[in-house]
Design a protein around this ligand. Structure first.
Ligand SMILES: *[C@@H]1O[C@H](CO)[C@@H](O)[C@H](O)[C@H]1NC(C)=O
Ligand SMILES: *[C@@H]1O[C@H](CO)[C@@H](O)[C@H](O)[C@H]1NC(C)=O
Ligand SMILES: *[C@@H]1O[C@H](CO)[C@@H](O)[C@H](O)[C@H]1NC(C)=O
Ligand SMILES: *[C@@H]1O[C@H](CO)[C@@H](O)[C@H](O)[C@H]1NC(C)=O
Length: 516
């Protein structure tokens, strides 16, 4: 999933800005040794992930539901997502694929009671779309399809679609701009907005959800609004905002629809725009052929111009950021979805070179996990050999990167890409990596009534808790951790490039257009 990273946060990942003292990293045993014989059966692994899901849900249900998030250390709650019960809506599609009927029914009993027209805080068009619209539409697709038996009350199932329309209707004034590029920050009380500019990811990660809503409801307006906005991203102006074919800038002016800069990459703030180019083609290759063409341009330019190998570990591949044609040798946990996205596109287009490149990116992100004291990868990292913090020279020499922000916010992207790598290759190595990651995340982030973000992946025990359990812990981390070990099902990614479902950026699976 993408998250919007502010300019200030991006500055913090510049090499050398954060050079806090760090423990000497303890290098874990490399993959392939000893543990493999102890790998539990797939049934034991899926059950362990379900147990963790139920533990996290129980804490949330007892202390936070129907608020947005659990604060597990203090048994409190928070409402960072408009007080509509973000964790519950985000948990629905995971409870469904895991077959947790009691939790499914608790959530769908609740969703009809949400008033999406009122909220105490500013609404992010993007965050609301990917979590709430995504969660409800996925629930609707499952409960009117292969998992219909899990719903006790059919009226609740119909309400998932009705509430999706209500929410989209409440937000649609965002698109009332001169260009049709929406504002992202919305105030429902007086229908005012943040005034822009809007970002590439926040503008370009709406179309899958709003198109699905049109196709399910029959109201074409949702698709038209988001396709119009997307048209400015597919035909970027001015030309200077596209430093290489398909790779574009970050900020867009909703008045003109023009880009305001030429910097970007596959990182937070831009990432899921690229992700959705190929996913729209997966959703409907007839309507979204142009999106696929733009994805191909972007990945070809990425391979040619952004590929970077750390001087100390030339065997590893990372994708650089750019400002114009100048590269910045920094990346993020968020960017680690890229391996999975290259693999998906390679499978669907029958282009092995994209699968192979994606697998290289998966190796690089895996390295950021196994090199730290906890076995969890950092929020941001760099590999510019001229900017290695002196206390991280050992880490850089051995593992090819140094840490610029050591936090871990219960993010899914590395395990998400392990999932695509496993589905494409069938190589159990990726299941082992996902299991190792799950075990250490389960142990390190477990606290109080749930699981919390931690402060430093490179300190034994994680360096302290921030007392916050993200809603995407339910939607994404636990879903991919489960699916990689789970039996074949129509919603699993197809090795042959044929899929019946496509996952939105919050890991909510949607039925592909026209699939039975
Ligand atoms: C089913 O759900 C609807 C709301 O979606 C509710 O009004 C109704 O009472 C529920 N029926 C039962 C039998 O619980
Ligand atoms: C279709 O969606 C638009 C955009 O939210 C809304 O204004 C309109 O009322 C909807 N039409 C119907 C028939 O519900
Ligand atoms: C890391 O490698 C560089 C270049 O080879 C070397 O100068 C430096 O001493 C090494 N640092 C450590 C801690 O080994
Ligand atoms: C996950 O963490 C819980 C709580 O600490 C623990 O009981 C459980 O055994 C862990 N799961 C695995 C598979 O280690």
């Amino acid at each position: 999933m993408t998250r919007v990273i502010s300019a200030i946060a991006l500055a913090a990942c510049l090499p050398g800005v954060l050079a806090l003292p760090r423990n000497t990293p303890k290098i874990l045993k490399s993959a392939g040794q000893q543990k493999r014989a102890d790998l539990p059966s797939p049934e034991e692994r899926t059950q362990a992930v379900i147990d963790t899901f139920r533990t996290a849900w129980a804490g949330y249900e007892e202390y936070a539901f129907p608020n947005d998030e659990l604060k597990p250390v203090t048994n409190g709650f928070s409402n960072s997502r408009n007080k509509w019960g973000a964790s519950a809506v985000d948990a629905l599609s995971t409870a469904l694929v895991m077959g947790q009927k009691d939790i499914v029914n608790t959530i769908i009993d609740y969703i009809p009671t949400i008033n999406y027209f009122e909220t105490p805080s500013e609404v992010s068009l993007f965050e609301t779309t990917i979590r709430y619209l995504g969660g409800m539409l996925s629930g609707y697709d499952f409960l009117t399809g292969p998992l219909a038996d899990l719903a006790d009350n059919k009226t609740n199932v119909e309400q998932l679609l009705k509430q999706s329309e209500n929410l989209a209707n409440a937000m649609s004034f965002a698109f009332e701009t001169e260009s049709g590029v929406p504002y992202n920050g919305l105030n429902f009380a007086d229908r005012s907005t943040d005034g822009g500019p809007n970002g590439l990811a926040t503008t370009g990660t709406l179309v899958l959800e709003w198109v699905r809503l049109s196709d399910l409801s029959g109201n074409k307006t949702y698709a038209e609004l988001t396709e119009k906005a997307e048209s400015y991203l597919l035909n970027p102006q001015p030309a200077s905002s596209e430093p290489w074919p398909g790779l574009v800038g970050t900020n867009i002016d909703p008045t003109t629809g023009k880009f305001l800069d030429a910097s970007g990459g596959w990182v937070g703030g831009t990432d899921s725009f690229y992700e959705y180019l190929i996913k729209m083609y997966v959703y409907d290759p007839e309507r979204y052929a142009q999106y696929k063409e733009r994805w191909v341009l972007a990945v070809d330019s990425t391979i040619e111009h952004l590929t970077s190998h750390p001087a100390s570990r030339p065997d590893l591949t990372f994708v650089a950021m750019y400002n114009g044609q100048n590269l910045r040798l920094i990346s993020q946990h968020l960017a680690c979805f890229d391996g999975g996205n290259f693999i998906l596109g390679g499978l669907v287009l029958g282009e092995q070179k994209y699968v192979d490149y994606g697998l290289e990116l998966v190796e690089g992100c895996h390295e950021t996990y196994i090199a730290t004291a906890t076995g969890i990868g950092p929020e941001t990292f760099g590999w510019n050999e001229k900017s290695v913090p002196s206390d991280q020279s050992t880490l850089f020499n051995k593992s090819g990167f140094y840490i610029t922000d050591g936090g871990y916010q219960l993010r899914p992207e590395v395990i998400e890409s392990f999932y695509y790598a496993y589905r494409a290759t069938g190589d159990v190595k990726y299941q082992e990596w996902a299991w190792d990651a799950f075990l250490t995340i389960n142990e390190t982030t477990r606290v109080g009534s749930g699981y919390s973000s931690i402060r430093d992946v490179n300190v034994e025990g994680g360096g302290g808790f921030t007392d916050f359990q993200e809603s995407f812990w339910f939607a994404e981390v636990l879903k991919y951790s489960y699916l990689i070990h789970a039996p074949e099902a129509e919603w699993q990614i197809g090795k042959d490039g044929k899929n019946a479902w496509v996952f939105n950026t919050e890991a909510h699976p949607f039925k592909i257009f026209g699939s039975k």
